[in-house]
Design a protein. Structure first.
Length: 403
């Protein structure tokens, strides 16, 4: 007769152990199967969330190659998943932005710092729109970088709004520049008339030296040289006036700020003399070049000088001194200072003088200082004013050096 041998206590224990193990394994398998099902549900939910986020989502390996691109990213660019993975995603970047964008991405990879970059991405139909690329690193418990996660967000509307603001600021800057040049019209006319009068006088002298019985060619040549010199002087005044008056697009370039300031100083010499102002220049000989738009920065200097001259015009009990100086800052900045010994600033209005349409001048628009501050800030600098310890006020602005 067949027997399980359950009369042996050891066999009973073995059977119980076997059945228990089988039950545990069955439950484990069931739990694992359930866990896999739950994971798949979570993956579907995550994929759905990623696909509904109003941004193009991606992830990358520590070497920078993309290992995931969301459905929206693929649909927007028109690239297949195979072409987009790795470094193929760079094909969607505008050719003018590609090298810069890749350099910024490689710099973030090298330092492990979050990425933030603006670039143009090609849409599936061939059009380009501006996007903001953001990427953040994921590290393990030891601090090792194991993954990058990022989004690419459409900022085309913001860029267009920024461009509209920039165009409006440029229009206002041009209007105020033309108005300032109008205020200088009499002085500029005098600056042109002086060399022209000298041209006429030297021309007559040249004719006299040539009309004699024995023409004095040496004197005639010298008179001709003076005509050329004075003609160039008049031409330079006209050229500087036209440069500040014309309407141009912003063109930032490597700029010798001392030279730009000296050109403005030459334009205001008539106003300086008419108002009996002692204008002094203290320009640093070792001043580094800056990155800026010549016309716009000259507008800032011109506005500050004209304000200083006007503040000094009513001074009668002390010397009318106006000083413009430049120097290199300690924190990679270039400083420009315009200091006058005029009537000074009202502490009540010190915080308001840079507001648009705020003015203390009779008939003034109140746009000069506001536009000047906008120009300086658009150059990455700062413009501010302080009251002097003695009479007068000091206006200062900073600019970034050219690298």
């Amino acid at each position: 007769m067949f027997s399980l041998g359950l009369t042996d206590p050891l066999n009973v224990l073995a059977l119980i152990a076997f059945l228990t193990t089988a039950l545990v394994i069955t439950r484990l398998v069931s739990n694992v199967r359930k866990s896999f099902q739950e994971i798949e549900v979570l993956k579907d939910q995550l994929r759905l969330a990623i696909d509904t986020i109003p941004a193009l989502v991606w992830s990358a390996l520590p070497d920078g190659s993309r290992d995931f691109l969301s459905r929206q990213w693929l649909e927007y660019t028109g690239l297949s998943l195979e072409k987009g993975l790795g470094w193929g995603w760079t094909a969607a970047i505008h050719t003018e932005d590609r090298a810069r964008c890749v350099d910024e991405w490689r710099a973030a990879l090298a330092t492990g710092t979050p990425l933030e970059s603006e670039t143009r991405l090609r849409r599936a139909d061939g059009d380009y729109r501006w996007f903001l690329l953001r990427g953040v690193p994921l590290r393990d418990e030891l601090g090792n970088l194991v993954k990058w996660y990022g989004t690419t967000t459409d900022i085309e509307d913001r860029k267009q709004a920024e461009e509209a603001v920039r165009q409006t600021q440029a229009e206002l800057a041009h209007v105020t520049r033309v108005m300032t040049m109008g205020e200088l019209a009499a002085s500029i006319a005098h600056e042109v008339n002086q060399p022209l009068a000298a041209v006429i006088a030297n021309g007559n002298a040249c004719l006299r030296w040539l009309a004699g019985e024995a023409p004095n060619l040496d004197e005639a040549r010298e008179a001709a040289r003076r005509i050329i010199r004075d003609g160039k002087r008049a031409s330079e005044v006209v050229a500087r006036t036209r440069a500040l008056s014309r309407k141009t697009e912003t063109e930032k370039e490597r700029l010798d700020l001392n030279e730009a300031i000296q050109e403005v100083v030459a334009l205001v010499q008539g106003e300086v003399r008419r108002n009996r102002v002692a204008l002094r220049l203290d320009l640093a000989s070792d001043l580094p070049p800056v990155l800026g738009d010549r016309v716009q920065l000259q507008q800032v200097v011109l506005n500050l000088l004209m304000n200083g001259i006007e503040a000094l015009s009513a001074v009668g009990d002390r010397p009318r001194v106006l000083v413009i100086s430049t120097q290199s800052g300690a924190v990679d900045q270039v400083h420009v200072t315009v200091q006058d010994s005029g009537s000074g600033l009202d502490p009540q209005s010190l915080d308001r003088i840079f507001e648009a349409f705020y003015t203390t001048k009779r008939g003034g628009m109140g746009m000069g200082l506001s536009i000047s501050r906008s120009i300086v800030e658009n150059h990455g600098g700062r413009l501010w004013a302080v009251a002097n310890d003695g009479p007068g006020a000091t206006f200062q602005f900073t600019l970034l050096p050219y690298h």
